[in-house]
Design a protein around this ligand. Sequence first.
Ligand SMILES: O=C(CO)[C@@H](O)[C@@H](O)COP(=O)(O)O
Length: 251
Amino acid sequence: MSGAASTTAASAGASVPAADLDLDAPGLADAIARVRADVARLHDELVRYRLVVWTGGNVSGRVPGADLFVIKPSGVDYDDLSPESMILCDLDGHVIPGTPGSERSPSSDTAAHAYVYRNMPDVGGVVHTHSAYATAWAARAEPIPCVITGMADEFGGEIPVGPFAIIGDDSIGRGIVQTLSGHRSRAVLMQNHGPFTIGKDARDAVKAAVMLEATAETVHLARQLGEPIVIPDEHVDALFQRYQNVYGQRA
Ligand SMILES: O=C(CO)[C@@H](O)[C@@H](O)COP(=O)(O)O
């Protein structure tokens, strides 16, 4: 396929530029197949948790060890998404020609996802939705204050707002990276648009999108009853540390 070297990037520690990859090398081919399957399947979670209407949201996942990611085609019904219809891109957001799905246009937000992968090397998944409550906060450009423990657990503080940005070029990506770099939150409310979430992989970014919407709804409801009480920083820190390091099952 593309590139001269037969690097099995998935098994290598460092990330290998797309042009140097042999996409048919077994390790890399398996890694791409896994990410294609995960990304296709995870769109069902957006529907299950009612984070999207029609085709208005997207999931992508980085291919471990390679300068590649997988994203959905633009405007295709979620019921019609399959691993083979996912689109493989390099980290400049260019579709890799000759690969399954490459005959279709990738998501309108491909440039934004690519910018995040280029500039946040630890990010392995990106999600965008227009989920109702989070988008309502985004419409007001108001950060969601940290007033419930579940939010401290998951996001380590308030959910920040990113700038207004035009769809289709780097602008959204720049806004996401600017806002989330050095921030504990894995979610940003892009002004007048909606939420973008990041994670260590695509599933983790979907989890952040689900938790964000629940948070946005609960804090909105709390505000109908009066002014919610902001959790002091030292408690937020303790909750975040416990949830991130102790909660759940340890390997
Ligand atoms: O936010 C927007 C457009 O406003 C897009 O993310 C959304 O409609 C989904 O587009 P794609 O189907 O991923 O191209």
